[in-house]
Write a protein that binds this ligand. Sequence first.
Ligand code: TMP
Ligand code: ASP
Length: 295
Amino acid sequence: MVCVNERATKFQPTLRLPQPEARLWKERRLAMDILKPRVVPMNRRRRIYEGKAKVLYEGPEPGTLIQHFKDDATAFNAQKHEVIDGKGVLNNRISEFMFQNLNDIGVPTHFIRRLNMREQLIREVEIIPLEVVVRNIAAGSLSKKLGIEEGTQLPRSIIEFYYKNDALGDPMVSEEHITAFGWATPQEIDDIMALAIRVNDFLSGLFLGAGIRLVDFKIECGRLWEGEMMRIVIADEISPDSCRLWDIKTKDKMDKDRFRMDLGGLIEAYTEVARRLGIIVEGERPASNGPRLVQ
Ligand code: TMP
Ligand code: ASP
C-alpha cells in the first residue's frame, strides 16, 4: 500500500508495509549495516600502537589492523632519528611484495592486502617479543662482536634471537632465556626457526634474481588465533629497513645502513630495490609527499 505523507510534498511517497514485513526489512537493513566495512575517517581512527617507523590503527573488522608506514628512520635505539620523505611509501610497497609472495608460497603471514600508499590491512596477532635475525654473510653486529671481516660467507645460515625491549637496547638472548622467561615455548621456537629458514631461502633467491645479495635480515613473528587454534605467522615488515642488501657486482649497500652510516642516497637505493624486483616500473616517480609548507 503506497500512501502520501500529508505533511510532505506529494512527490515523496512513503512505503507503508504491513508490520511483520516492516520488521523484516528493518532487520535486513541492520544486517547489511553490520556487513558493510566501516569507513572511519583518518583522524577518528583508534590508534593501537605507535612504533619508531610504523603506526597500528584499529582495522575495519574485528581481528584486523591497519599498519601505517611512516617516513621516520631511526638507528642505535632511536638515538639517531631523521624523517626521510618517501621511505614509508617505498617500504609499504616492498613489504607488500614480500608478504604477498610469502603468502602465495604457503608461508603464513599477517598480511591481507595493501590499502593505499602508506597503509596495509593486516591480521591482528599477538606479537612474540623477539627479533629473529638470520645471517648469511658476516656484517653489522656479528662482525663487530666476533671480529669476523664484513663480507665473509658464513659456514651456514645463522639464526639469532634478540629480546624486544627498547629500555634494554634489544639484548641478544638464547633459547634458554626465551623458554625460561616464557616468551615462547620450545615448540614455538621450532616453528619460528622453520619459518625463518623458509623466508631466508625464498628471499635469498628472490634477491639473487635481482642482482642483490641478502646479507642478513630481521623478522618478527606473532600468534594468530583462529578460534581455539593458534599458529605462528610472520608479522611486522620485510623491507630494506629490516634487511642488509648488497649489490652483487658493486657491493653497494641498498638498505638502512645507508642511514646508519650516513652514506646518503637511501631513497635512491630503496627505489632501485623496488625497481629491480619489478615492484615499481621504469619512470615511476620516487614516492614523496609532494610540496611541503615551510613554516
Ligand atoms: P645487526 O647486525 O645490527 O645485529 O642487524 C642484523 C639485521 O637486523 C640487519 O639486517 C638489520 C636488522 N635490524 C633491524 O631490523 N632492527 C634493529 O633494530 C636491528 C639492530 C637490526
Ligand atoms: N630500528 C632500531 C632503532 O632505531 C635500530 C636499527 O635498525 O639499527 O632503534
